[in-house]
Design a protein around this ligand. Structure first.
Ligand code: EPS
Length: 397
């Protein structure tokens, strides 16, 4: 239903995204899109590049007077740093010095460098890392802002927070309300004590020329039940969310709800009991499933966690080789970040929003937002009736 393609290199002129499949009438607030881009640029542990860039969105198509038209939306974010890379990144033939000036020959363990060099048969790693760079996530966050707007119209809110950076971690579950002021924390962590320990961990790694990873969680409120399907493997919402999260640069593991504990907890203490009382209606005793059962949303809060690896560009580099001579060399050192976990959470929000907007459109559909909301409201009314009905089981009568 909802498709998007990004294009652009890290030090090229711009990042671009084309988003296709949004209904007409979805509000587009550029200040809010820019706000998401700013959140992605922030977070304690970012490097010098973020002092150069001030990401803002230009809208080239698909939006008129603050609302989508139902046609493809094109968003562009310019790379300010491109000014310093004009010859290196020029699409036109250049004298050899331009290529040599920023050539990378010593692949970084953990980066796309070596795999990309073998894939594209190039010994200039610049050809690989320019697109493999997480700078590409700028375009995803811009697209995610459109998806977020559609979801907001449906009463669905998406937030994220950091659970761990290195050995510093939050103990226990973080509630929805605790996430309201998350941007006030430099590491986007809801627990002040853990946040201080995370900052100390980043400082230590920076001093040592090292990098550090961690875990973030995306939390979604107000999601209708019944999104996704167990009828086919590729329609399962859990699978679609996992793929979207794993596709974010530097993500090495994804869990839904308490998924990381599912392997060592007995069923009697893992599954979420189904309860009913007159005051709360149907509800669950816990939410370890993270809002998904059978690959379908069950109406509970959606919770997705992702593990971010430490950035592979190390100031104290690991052993590698020169791709041309095959002589041992330490890996190339580029300007980079010490920790991107807080920023990765913002990218996670965007990817989750895009997957959920697609699933909402799949179930409720319509060419305009009005039709979509009509269908959603009709279905919500049916659920209200279904859940309120207290008729005796016909088998037992
Ligand atoms: C990145 C390296 C750094 C990061 C960059 C991703 O860029 P540079 O090499 O220009 O210093 O800052 O991230 C971004 C530019 C961004 O917007 O997130 C890498 O190697 O992936």
């Amino acid at each position: 239903m909802l498709r998007f393609l990004t294009a652009g290199e890290s030090h090229g002129p711009a990042l671009t995204v084309v988003v296709d499949g949004l209904p007409a009438g979805v509000p587009v607030d550029r200040a809010s899109l820019d706000g998401d881009l700013r959140r992605r640029q922030g977070g304690y542990g970012r490097g010098g590049r973020m002092k150069i860039e001030t990401d803002t969105v230009e809208v080239l198509s698909g939006v008129r007077h603050g609302k989508t038209l139902g046609s493809p939306v094109t968003l562009v974010v310019r790379n300010r740093d491109h000014e310093n890379w004009r010859d290196v990144m020029s699409p036109d033939p250049q004298p050899p010095e331009a290529k040599r000036r920023r050539a990378l020959k010593h692949p970084r363990p953990g980066h796309a460098d070596l795999a990309g060099a073998m894939k594209f048969l190039t010994d200039d790693l610049r050809d690989v890392l320019e697109r493999a760079s997480a700078r590409e996530t700028t375009a995803r966050v811009a697209a995610g802002g459109l998806a977020r707007s559609l979801l907001q119209c449906c009463g669905v809110e998406v937030r994220s927070h950091v659970l761990r950076i290195g050995s510093a971690a939050v103990a226990g579950e973080v509630g929805w309300e605790q996430l309201a002021a998350i941007e006030d924390s430099p590491v986007r962590c809801a627990d002040g004590g853990a946040a201080a320990a995370m900052i100390a961990e980043i400082d230590r790694c920076k001093r040592e020329g090292d990098t550090v990873g961690g875990v973030f969680e995306v939390v979604v409120r107000g999601l209708p039940a019944g999104l996704g399907s167990f009828s086919q493997w590729d329609r399962r919402l859990d699978g679609r969310l996992a793929q979207a999260m794993m596709s974010i640069q530097a993500i090495k593991a994804v869990a839904l709800g308490a998924g990381f504990q599912a392997g060592d907890t007995p069923g009697s203490r893992f599954h979420d009991e189904i309860l009913y009382d007159d005051e709360r209606g149907l509800h669950r005793g816990s939410n370890r499933a993270g809002g998904l059962e059978g690959g379908v949303s069950n109406g509970e809060e959606l919770r997705v966690q992702a593990v971010v690896k430490p950035i592979p560009t190390l100031l104290m580099p690991l052993r590698s080789l020169d791709l041309r001579s095959k002589e041992p060399q330490t890996a190339s050192v580029e300007r980079s970040d010490t920790c991107v976990v807080p920023a990765a959470g913002v990218v996670g929000e965007a990817m989750v929003a895009l997957v959920l907007a697609d699933a909402v459109l799949e179930k409720f559909g319509g060419d305009s937002l009005t039709e979509l909301l009509d269908h959603l409201e009709t279905t919500r009314e049916r659920w209200r009736q279904f859940l309120a009905r207290r008729s005796p089981d016909p088998e037992e009568r």
